[in-house]
Design a binder for this molecule. Structure first.
Ligand SMILES: Nc1ncnc2c1ncn2[C@@H]1O[C@H](COP(=O)(O)OP(=O)(O)OP(=O)(O)O)[C@@H](O)[C@H]1O
Length: 250
């Protein structure tokens, strides 16, 4: 009998990750030996003070940037072993992205934006899945609108649907609520949470915001390019308390 242990599978991970920007006197060690796994079927938030390496970790884990040393894996695939073409294909086929700026194509409708990654891949995708996604993000009555006709929150919901359209192994979200008011932000975070819990997806989110991080199943904390803590079942208050401990007294 095959036992599927989704909870223990790792969708993405880095091992002994070091990232140095620049060289000589101006070198910055943005990641200083980070090992962390992001379990499949879970919503993980990455937090830490400004400059602690959150975006660098996300970019290296997602194959958008390369490590100076150490390794990054999506599932069992070692990103360092891929040439540029294979890395591009892996990002296209196995990873979804949501950025602070929604990055929608203004000339395309909502429906076309959602299926754009699939269209670029020459794939028709899974029509039932995309149909279900449209309902989850609540955009059924906006499918033929263009991004400029939508609110910021609605545009980010399109970006969320687009990120999940190809059923990627993992969706990376970099400050997805950074450009939204708190109500729209809550909606987008609720969506990410529902995608994980109801649709068995995996989300890794970089955020500054303890309220946003509280939507995750677990928070990992970075400080000075190192992993310093992990917190299960976060609340905004607990996260805020943990962050305060990083503050250097002036
Ligand atoms: N392209 C780059 N060239 C040089 N240094 C960089 C580059 N990108 C990031 N850094 C430096 O690496 C360190 C980590 O940056 P990173 O953006 O990963 O931190 P962060 O935790 O995401 O910060 P923030 O919360 O302010 O976005 C910082 O000191 C930053 O100045």
């Amino acid at each position: 009998m095959t036992v599927v242990t989704t909870a223990s599978r790792t969708a993405a991970r880095v091992q002994d990750a070091v990232k140095v920007y620049g060289s000589g006197d101006t070198a910055v060690r943005a990641l200083d030996g980070v090992s962390v796994g992001f379990p499949a079927g879970r919503f993980t938030a990455i937090m830490g003070p400004s400059g602690s390496g959150k975006s660098t970790l996300m970019h290296c884990a997602a194959g958008l940037d390369t490590l100076t040393s150490g390794a990054a894996y999506i599932g069992d695939t070692d990103l360092g072993a891929l040439d540029d073409r294979r890395l591009t294909l892996l990002r296209r086929d196995r990873i979804g992205f949501v950025f602070q700026a929604f990055n929608l194509v203004p000339t395309l409708t909502v429906a076309e934006n959602i299926t754009l990654p699939l269209d670029l891949a020459g794939s028709r995708g899974d029509a039932e899945w995309i149909d279900a996604l449209v309902d989850v993000v609540g955009l059924r009555d906006r499918l033929h609108h263009r991004p400029a006709e939508l609110s910021g929150g609605q545009q980010q919901r399109v970006a969320v649907a687009r990120a999940f359209a190809g059923r990627p192994d993992v969706v990376f979200a970099d400050e997805p609520t950074g450009n939204l008011d708190s109500r729209s932000g809550e909606e987008v975070l609720g969506l990410l949470g529902r995608a994980v819990r109801q649709m068995e997806r995996t989300v890794v989110m970089v955020t500054h915001d303890p309220v946003a991080a509280a939507h995750a199943d677990e928070v990992v904390f970075l400080a000075d390019g190192r992993l310093v803590d992990r917190m299960e079942s976060p609340t905004a208050d607990k996260v805020l308390d943990r962050l305060k401990a990083f503050e250097v007294p002036s």
